[in-house]
Write a protein that binds this ligand. Structure first.
Ligand code: 13P
Length: 258
């Protein structure tokens, strides 16, 4: 069995300016121990305007938290007003980039095909994509959760080599659980994450499926992190609201001693 080190990621969405970001990162670094870092990989995904400041703090204090971004364009450069190229993020030591978050899909019309271009561009720039998938409440009630999620995963990974798939991260985030305080039960989350791993196995083989890390996201809190993280196919969490507060986020990262 492959030992998958959990990855717990804080997606700050459009919160925290660069001053607030620096404070939060410093507080978080004081709250985390060497043991935490040995057992769990941690990434934070602040808004673009914070990246340089946060990178400087992480570097200067040798803080073992990975820098992440929330989005990027897929082209290397060009006339794309308002967009950020993968290479620009890589230059800032960004390690993980979220691709296809449901808010990007629902609010900004991002399609599977664009998400796939992003995943490939992120890999090309030697960073790790966190490919997001998840169903709406209507889809869940119609019994089409697994079809929706599998379709997003297959489309998002189109043209990616099996060796690369093993190294990336998939985040299962049921849309109805994001920012609502409603969490999928640990059993439900496990069922869907298990189905995602099975889809990866079918398309890319057992080795890739055994290695790929699957996060759960959607109202993860200190009080429910341990139960979610105990599931065999859940290898981490993508945390929104609760990652904005350094103490809460540290308690999630510390889930094993909650
Ligand atoms: P919440 O943790 O606020 O529900 O957000 C989840 C999310 O969308 C992380 O990407």
């Amino acid at each position: 069995m492959v030992d998958r080190k959990p990855l717990i990621s804080g997606n700050w969405k459009m919160h925290h300016n660069h001053f607030e970001a620096i404070q939060t990162v410093q507080k978080l670094s004081y709250a985390l121990t060497k043991e935490d870092h040995a057992l769990v990989d941690v990434s934070i995904h602040p808004p673009f305007t914070d990246l340089r400041s946060v990178q400087t703090v992480l570097d200067a204090d040798s803080i073992p938290i990975a820098l992440g971004a929330q989005n990027c364009h897929w082209e290397d450069k060009g006339a794309f007003t308002g967009e950020v190229a993968p290479g620009m993020l890589a230059k800032l030591n960004v390690k993980y980039v979220i691709a296809g978050h449901s808010e990007r899909r629902e609010l900004f019309g991002e399609l599977d095909q664009q998400v796939n271009l992003k995943v490939r561009a992120i890999l090309k720039a030697a960073m790790t994509p966190i490919l997001c998938c998840g169903e709406t409440l209507a889809e869940r009630e119609a019994g089409s959760t697994e079809a929706k999620v599998s379709g997003q995963v297959i489309a998002g990974l189109q043209g990616v080599a099996a060796e690369q798939v093993g190294g990336l991260v998939i985040a299962y985030e049921p849309i109805w659980a994001i920012g609502t305080g409603r969490t999928a039960t640990a059993e439900d989350a496990q069922t869907v994450c298990g189905a995602i791993r099975a889809v990866v196995a079918q398309s890319f083989g057992d080795t890739a499926a055994a290695k790929v890390r699957i996060q759960y996201g959607g109202s993860v809190k200190p009080s429910n992190a341990a139960e979610l993280m105990a599931q065999p196919d859940i290898d981490g969490a993508l945390v929104g609201g609760a990652s904005l507060d350094a103490d809460d986020f540290a308690r999630i990262i510390n889930y094993r001693i909650a």
